[in-house]
Design a protein around this ligand. Structure first.
Ligand code: PRP
Length: 212
């Protein structure tokens, strides 16, 4: 029957394609040389669908895709494990979701007491993180270039992805606390887990072998 597999375009896709290839899932044409968004695979009758990372959980939750590959950050922001099954850590796309502040205000390892304005793309994760710590915050949603928010006096603090730390450093920020360790994960639609059990299981085991 074949599986529909939703893939996070960009960096995650580049790192996941070799793993998929090792698991026997190879698109019939070069994905990077095409403007297409849906690709058939040579063996197995699977379909690869390329989309924004934040849409992968939506496609998987509603069953438009059986399987999805996206970052743990995106999964956490979507609301995690009740909407689908998280089945495998691909151990690529590794980074951290962190709080960061301007170097000038980073007194020790603690952010200053009192109310904080927090700029982020990860509004749900950030809200929950500060709520659990009984911090009064205003979450300021942004869609990118979050690091400039403190420079522009829009926020006191940011919650964002940190990989090398170069972006923080270049903008005079320092990382404070790690909210979550991030890597790419394989998620599975709840109904597909039952109706396409064998195919899903084969895929997961092949990917697990590729990761190991
Ligand atoms: C991410 C993140 C940071 C940067 C961190 O952005 O939002 O801006 O990478 O990487 P570094 O620690 O190695 O500097 P990305 O390039 O993925 O683009 P985005 O703004 O679309 O998320």
């Amino acid at each position: 029957m074949g599986l529909t597999i939703a893939l996070n375009r960009g960096r995650i896709l580049d790192e996941c394609l070799p793993l998929l290839a090792e698991a026997g899932i190879v698109p019939v044409e070069d994905m990077s040389a095409s403007r297409k968004l849906v690709f058939n695979t040579a063996i197995g009758g699977h379909k690869l669908v390329v989309m924004r990372g934040s849409d992968v959980p939506t496609y998987v939750e509603y069953g438009a895709a059986d399987v999805g590959i996206t970052g743990k950050d995106t999964i956490l922001e979507y609301g995690g494990g009740t909407h689908f099954y998280e089945r495998l850590d691909l151990r690529v796309g590794r980074c951290r979701l962190m709080t960061a502040v301007p170097a000038s205000t980073a007194d020790g390892l603690q952010m200053r007491e009192g109310h904080l304005r927090v700029a982020t793309k990860f509004v749900n994760v950030a809200r929950q993180y500060f709520e659990e710590r009984n911090r009064q915050v205003t979450i300021i949603p942004l869609s990118g270039a979050v690091e400039i928010a403190p420079l522009m006096s829009l926020a006191d603090c940011i919650v964002d992805i940190v990989d090398t730390g170069n972006t923080l450093q270049a903008n005079g920020l320092v990382a404070l606390e790690t909210i979550a360790e991030i890597s790419s994960r394989v998620i599975v639609n709840r109904a597909s887990m039952k109706t396409k059990f064998d195919e899903v299981q084969l895929l997961i085991e092949a990917l697990r072998a590729a990761v190991d």
